[in-house]
Design a protein around this ligand. Sequence first.
Ligand code: GDP
Length: 307
Amino acid sequence: MNKDSKIYIAGHRGMVGSAILRHLQKEGFNNFAYSNSKDLDLRDQTAVANFFEKEKPAYVFLAAAKVGGIGANNTYRAEFLYDNLMIQSNVIHQAYVHGVEKLMFLGSSCIYPKMAPQPLKEDYLLTGSLEPTNEPYAVAKISGIKMCEEYRFQYGCNFISVMPTNLYGPNDNYDLKKSHVLPALLRKFHEAKQNNTPSVEVWGTGSPLREFLHVEDLAAACYFLMQNYSEKEFINIGTGTDVSIKELAMMIKEVVGYEGELQFDTSKPDGTPRKLMDVGRLHSLGWKHTIELKEGIERTYKEKFLN
Ligand code: GDP
């Protein structure tokens, strides 16, 4: 990528897309094609074709997706499948039609089988059944990986895929019905502290293990891989360490300064017991995260709730 290459970040208003945009702007890139969901419905094939015809981007980061936590994934199952399949198929296909030099597709750690060995190596894809609560989303993301692989195979497109672990940071979703665990708990503990509520409800048993990466680290990794990686095999992006939901809750409780109790609501699903990424491939290329979890939570709490 040159500093004046035309770059299209699909989903540039979302948590991931906006972090990639900020990172590229900081690196001195200044020629962006913008779309937002009001003017361009990425599920609309003709509209996406017209957008590519008009903008002719040289590089594409495909960070647009319908996303959500365990509640949303498990409720809006048809939407998670349809919207994601349509968005990614339209963008990937038009990137091929319009000769995009390189495209990066962003997937998710939920593509791996529910009971895969840990840490999750890239080779474990399609070796077992998926976690039911996010199967529609995972099936869509697996299709995206395969599209990149097969467009590379048949048409020679330089399309790569990356699989981020659970992310958090600026522009996250704090709607308690739809959000992921980290923003949900930040909000719950913050509000409980303000209202002097004696306990905070944590979904599930607290025993599932999750890995968390700050979205600024993700953006840095995406930029690094866009410059340094052009292989068929997709790459995990994570930190290589995980914590239990209970440990996460205790950490957030401490950062917020809440003094009440945790109450586990076991009527809510736990989801996958563990999904820790193997980041050996990423580390061997020379990239490692810089923001540790505690520091990232402190930053996120300050930015969102203390300003
Ligand atoms: P997942 O990684 O796809 O399972 O997505 P989430 O981030 O939504 O949930 C991760 C884990 O945190 C699950 O075991 C949830 O049950 C648990 N969890 C605990 N409290 C909450 C909460 O308030 N919201 C969410 N979304 N998850 C929670």
